[in-house]
Design a protein around this ligand. Structure first.
Ligand SMILES: CCC(=O)SCCNC(=O)CCNC(=O)[C@H](O)C(C)(C)COP(=O)(O)OP(=O)(O)OC[C@H]1O[C@@H](n2cnc3c(N)ncnc32)[C@H](O)[C@@H]1OP(=O)(O)O
Length: 630
């Protein structure tokens, strides 16, 4: 069957489509139904089943003869090491860790925060939680204590599992003090921590509170897999919203298993035993779905990469890994390719390696610009498939279903809706737009298995954020068009969320930090175009009356403050002092106009602008930061 037939078969009978895909999962109790609806606009998948994620990702492969197959390859050009773990070894390691967690009282439903760099132990921690039915919440290592504290207070974890340190090029990230700082800041106090000591930095442990990863496993009974209900939360993953309070995306167990398993062949075109590599981080949804769970559930070897596309040691790293580990499908963010392209425009590093066994390259996380796609096509000679999805959905909304049928690539489009997603482009009144016309992208409810059923402890926010604007639809927050062939094009965000190097960040959260500076009376943060990272945050601060310190001193403090409060991942380095911010007469800051000015794009003066002269002042400030020169 080709794509159209598969999509039509889903449309004709979604229940049958997903029940058929569910047959690939090993259930403790099979579901009798795919979809149920606990409330008028809330949906759950395979809710009456009993199942365990870790069993499906690890144990069953050992039982089915894959015990000697490598499950995880840790390739760390930063520490210059490669380490392989088979499925049989992984089972022992995870069962032991889960046994130690159980011995310290972790049981089904308890939350555990995981704050770890790109080491296999991060995946083992996730799987150990899944083994017990504990709900993990992985926090990206580039976030600072304050962000970790916000997540601790929301998830209320019983324990935190962390590493002693992370390794960024030329710098050791001291995780343990960040964890200690977060626990101090948080209202909720976890009962204990487990620290994986790395040889690059051995952290000091507090007796009776911080437990050494290896030490606390000594002599424990390995834990068996605990079957959980299909609608039991597998994990919570926080993502930026429009305010400083991140949204806790909940992922239910059974739908997650079914959807990810299906996606590995249908979208990424790998068979069990193949090596699959997603060069992302376990702290992001790509890391959850396609470094940890998807490949392992499907019986693939996954790669945990601790390095960067360039500088570790050079722009040939991606090609070296693809060659050395015989990667079949490779997934990365456009930013990573832009970095490689800048350093090695002719792909000279690639000539040193054999990537003939690689089938295709998949891009996601941000808009894939045509230049980057064409460059990647030219240097690799491989199909480059952009695909579009979100933390909320957990897997592809629109993509090129290469394992079903490779559709022609239209550069600039992530291709077509995947089965499970009825994507529509709507006008402000919720009416469908004609083909080729711009509108808000929405997905008709119900969303497919593996997507978010709600937000952690925030059902009202879930409804308000996603279900209210267009009743009967999930509002994606992206705007775009669908062409006459059904190809989707993502054009812009409809809110104040920006995307910096594939990292989704909230300008609202940065504004909250800037506003906390004692000399700042008012501020605005916008996302400006950047050739490498796609977008960069830029802050404008108005000073409190009477403050007459040098502006450079204050902006340097603002930059430092955002790094301290949100973390280096915010990449907040552009900040200017201005006298006034451009506003409408009703007081709304004209951020979209400021973005156009910064990017030297044409714009219409908003009819409701209070004082147009302020835009000239902003232009001067932008020029001081190297923008608005056109
Ligand atoms: C489809 C659904 C989704 O969208 S899920 C999200 C998908 N996004 C991704 O996978 C992210 C893709 N981006 C990347 O992997 C990186 O940005 C790449 C391209 C590798 C570039 O990395 P890098 O050069 O470090 O730039 P950056 O902008 O990421 O980092 C900014 C500063 O943050 C730091 N940082 C980064 N990661 C960590 C970490 N884990 N722990 C601690 N710090 C971290 C970087 O070192 C950098 O710091 P500095 O400002 O240079 O000092």
């Amino acid at each position: 069957m080709g794509y159209k037939d598969v999509y039509a078969s889903w449309q004709a009978d979604p229940e049958n489509f997903w029940m058929t895909q569910a047959e690939a999962i090993s259930w403790d109790q099979k579901p009798t139904r795919a979809l149920t609806s606990p409330d008028t606009d809330l949906y759950e998948w395979f809710a009456d089943s009993m199942v365990n994620t870790c069993y499906n990702a690890v144990d069953r492969h050992v039982e089915n003869g894959r015990g000697d197959q490598v499950a995880i390859i840790h390739d760390s050009p930063i520490t210059n090491s490669i380490h392989k773990i088979t499925f049989a070894e992984l089972k022992d390691r995870v069962a032991s860790l889960a046994g130690a967690l159980a011995a310290k009282g972790i049981t089904k439903g308890d939350r555990v925060i995981i704050y770890m760099p790109m080491v296999p132990e991060a995946l083992e921690a996730m799987l150990a939680c899944a083994r017990l039915g504990a709900i993990h919440s992985v926090v990206f290592g580039g976030f600072a204590s304050n962000e970790l504290a916000v997540r601790i207070d929301d998830a209320q974890p019983k324990a935190i599992i962390a590493a002693s340190c992370g390794l960024e090029p030329g710098r050791v990230v001291h995780y343990k003090p960040l964890v200690d700082g977060a626990i101090e800041l948080a209202q909720h106090k976890p009962e204990f921590t487990v620290i994986f000591q790395r040889e690059q930095e051995v952290a000091a442990l507090k007796d009776g509170y911080d437990f050494d990863w290896h030490g606390f496993q000594a002599g424990v009974t390995p834990a068996d897999c605990v079957p959980v209900e299909g609608n039991h939360p597998a994990y919570i993953l926080y993502t930026s919203g429009t305010t400083g309070q991140p949204k806790g995306v909940v992922r239910h167990t059974a739908g997650h298993l079914v959807a990810l398993n299906w996606s590995m062949k249908a979208i990424y075109n790998v068979d069990p035993g193949d090596v699959f590599w997603a060069a992302s981080d376990v702290g992001w949804v790509v890391g959850h779905s396609y470094i940890c769970y998807g490949p392992l559930i499907h019986g693939n070897t996954t790669i945990v990469f601790e390095g960067k596309p360039i500088g570790t040691p050079d722009a040939g790293t991606f090609w070296r890994i693809i060659d050395e580990h015989k990667v079949r499908s490779f997934f990365t963010a456009p930013t990573a390719f832009r970095a490689v392209k800048r350093e090695d425009p002719k792909g000279e590093f690639l000539a040193k390696y054999d990537i003939s066994h690689l089938r295709a390259i998949y891009l996601a996380g941000e808009r894939a610009d045509p230049d980057t796609i064409e460059w990647a096509q030219n240097v690799t000679g491989k199909p480059i498939y952009d695909h579009w999805w979100q933390t909320e959905t957990g897997w592809t909304i629109a993509g090129n279903p290469a394992g079903i049928e490779a559709l022609p690539v239209k550069i600039g489009s992530p291709t077509v809706a995947m089965p499970g997603y009825d994507i529509q482009v709507l006008d402000e009144g919720g009416n469908q737009m004609p083909a080729g016309e711009l509108g808000a992208i929405a997905v008709k409810l119900p969303l497919p298995p593996g997507t978010l059923p709600t937000l952690w402890n925030a059902e009202a926010r879930f409804r308000k954020s996603y279900l209210t604007t267009f009743p009967g639809y999930y509002e994606t927050g992206d705007a775009g068009i669908i062409d006459e062939d059904g190809y989707l094009y993502i054009m812009a965000r409809t809110d104040d969320v920006i995307n910096v190097a594939g990292h989704r960040l909230s300008t609202g959260a940065m504004e909250e930090v800037l506003a906390s500076h004692p000399d700042v009376a008012e501020c605005a943060v916008i996302g400006v175009t950047d050739q490498l990272k796609g977008q960069l945050p830029m802050g404008f601060v108005c000073l409190t009356t009477g403050v007459n310190r040098p502006h450079e001193e204050i902006t340097a403090e603002c930059v430092k403050l955002v790094r301290e409060k949100i973390g280096p991942v915010a990449a907040f380095k552009l900040c200017a002092v201005v006298d006034r911010l451009p506003k409408t007469r009703s007081g709304k800051i004209l951020r979209a106009t400021m973005v156009k000015l910064a990017d030297s794009e044409a714009f219409k003066l908003p009819a409701t602008i209070d004082d147009p002269a302020i835009l000239d002042e902003i232009k001067v400030a932008l020029q001081g930061l190297g923008y608005a020169k056109g």
